[in-house]
Design a protein around this ligand. Sequence first.
Ligand SMILES: Nc1ncnc2c1ncn2[C@@H]1O[C@H](COP(=O)(O)OP(=O)(O)OP(=O)(O)O)[C@@H](O)[C@H]1O
Length: 237
Amino acid sequence: MTETPAVVDVRSLHVRFGEVEAVSGVDLRAYAGQATALLGRNGAGKSTTMRVLAGVVPPTAGQVLVAGHDVRTETLRVKQAVGYCPDVGGLVPRATAWEHLQLAARLRRMDHWEDRARDLLERFELGDVAHRVTAGFSHGMGRRLSVLLAALHEPEVLLLDEPFDGVDPIGVEATFDVISDARARGACVLVSTHLRELAVQSCTTVSVLRGGSAVATVSAGEMAGEEGARAYRGLLD
Ligand SMILES: Nc1ncnc2c1ncn2[C@@H]1O[C@H](COP(=O)(O)OP(=O)(O)OP(=O)(O)O)[C@@H](O)[C@H]1O
C-alpha cells in the first residue's frame, strides 16, 4: 500500500531569533482533506511554525515542504499555494474591507471573485461594513476579515493562526464552515489555537506543542471532553 504524501511536511524544524529558540525540533505532517490543529500554551511556538509554513519566516534548520515546495528555496511558490491568516496585523487601517478583497484578488490574478467575496462577507456578517475602513473594526471583526481574506482564493493550504481569538459565535461558525469547505475541496488546513475545545470541533488531528517542540499528535477525538482536557493537561505538565 502506498502512503498518502503529506501536503505539509515539517522535519526537525528549528527557528531562532537571536538568543531565543522559538521552535526547537518540530516534526509535523498534514494531509489533503484534513484539518490539523496546532495546540499549545502562549509561547509554545505555534505562530512561529505557522509563519514558516506561510513563507514569512525562514527556518534556521530543518526541512519544510509546503505543497511540495521547499520554504527556503521556493518561497514564492509556497506563498502562491497558501492562504494565510496571521495571528496579528495584516490589515491596512486606511483601506476598507472591500479594498482588501480587491487587492487580494488582484494579487492572485483572480477573475470573477466578487460573488464569492460577497458571499463570504455575508457569512462572516461583514456585509454591512464592507465599505468601512478597517481602522474602525473591533478586534473580532478584524479576525473575521483576516480569515475571509486567507480563504478567498480557495488555497491548496489554508493556514489560520488564532482564527477564534476574540471572535463571537457567528464568526466561529463561519470559520468552521470555511474549514469544512476547504477540506471538502481537498485542501490541507492548519489551525493554530490555544483553545482546545474549538481545536477539537474544527479539526481532525491535533498536534500539541510545548516549549517549541511537538510533544504529541493525536486524533481530535482524543482531546475531546473531560478526558481530553485531562490528557491535554498531562501533555503540558
Ligand atoms: N520575532 C521574535 N523575536 C524574538 N522572539 C520571538 C519572536 N517571535 C517569537 N518569539 C519567541 O518565540 C517563542 C514562541 O513564540 P510564538 O509566538 O511562536 O508562540 P505561540 O505558541 O504562537 O504563542 P501565543 O499563543 O502567545 O501566540 C516565544 O518565547 C516568543 O517570545
